[in-house]
Design a protein around this ligand. Sequence first.
Ligand code: RTP
Ligand code: MG
Length: 141
Amino acid sequence: MALERTLSIIKPDAVAKNVIGEIYARFEKAGLKVVAAKMKHLSRKEAEGFYAVHKERPFFNALVEFMISGPVMIQALEGENAILKNRDLMGATNPKDAAPGTIRADFADSIDANAVHGSDAAETAAVEIAYFFATTEVHAR
Ligand code: RTP
Ligand code: MG
């Protein structure tokens, strides 16, 4: 077991559904602590930069348009195996494939509007946390 940090984003669809608190409750019940948080309406440039790894994919433009369609809630989560734990809480990318009880099964409508983002590995987690938070904005707890 390793104490890890991961970057989580509650996407515009879930913010619009007013389920930030319900999603935070799932993090807390799973033993993940919010160690940084901000609400932000991403610029196109910020969204393109964040998802740069996907820029050659056919869904890139739709993904960016969706991510800038409204404010998002961005947080760094800390806990034992936080990266995998958060991915387990999220469920599969396509909510149709997401296991019952996962965030995407319960709150997502489509593969585009799929409620949450979560880092997929230690390297990406570090880069993604630094993309949105200065070191002084991340609080050891
Ligand atoms: P995320 O990065 O947002 O946590 O999602 P993920 O790891 O589960 O999925 P990823 O492969 O990283 O894709 C990033 C986001 O792009 C959208 N997507 N659309 N139409 C499609 O085939 C397709 N594939 C991916 C999803 O919104 C996904 O969350
Ligand atoms: Mg991903």
